[in-house]
Design a protein around this ligand. Sequence first.
Ligand code: HEC
Length: 108
Amino acid sequence: MRNLVLALIFMASPAAMADVAATYAGMCASCHGAAGAGDGPAAVALTPKPANFSDAAFWTSRDDATVKKAIKEGGAAVGKSPLMAPLGAGMSDAQLDELVAYLKTFKK
Ligand code: HEC
């Protein structure tokens, strides 16, 4: 049974990564850029500019809980621009954690 559970987890994780990549591409990349550099096509029209997830300083200046809160409740909830909408309001806690982990893959 334990091996079955482990096998299922093993099989599920690449799919989960594919899901989170699709979520990012569909909901975030237009502003934050395909590689997370804050340079998506819609970014030109925005002030302030969307956060740059490839910038290591972004990750040292805030914790995961703040990043998660910004996605779930919007930029205004963490003292940032309301142009960052509460896009994660309908996501589960696990989905939000996955998204935060995914954003970190852009870090250089
Ligand atoms: C309409 C454009 C737009 C879209 C779409 C968008 N964002 Fe943002 N986001 C912004 C802007 C603009 C900021 C910068 C706010 C600021 O610095 O005041 C931002 C900031 C952030 C921040 C940083 C908050 C902080 O602590 O500084 C996170 C995290 C974030 N966005 C995640 C996401 C995720 C994940 C998605 C997709 C689910 C997404 N954003 C979609 C525009 C967007």
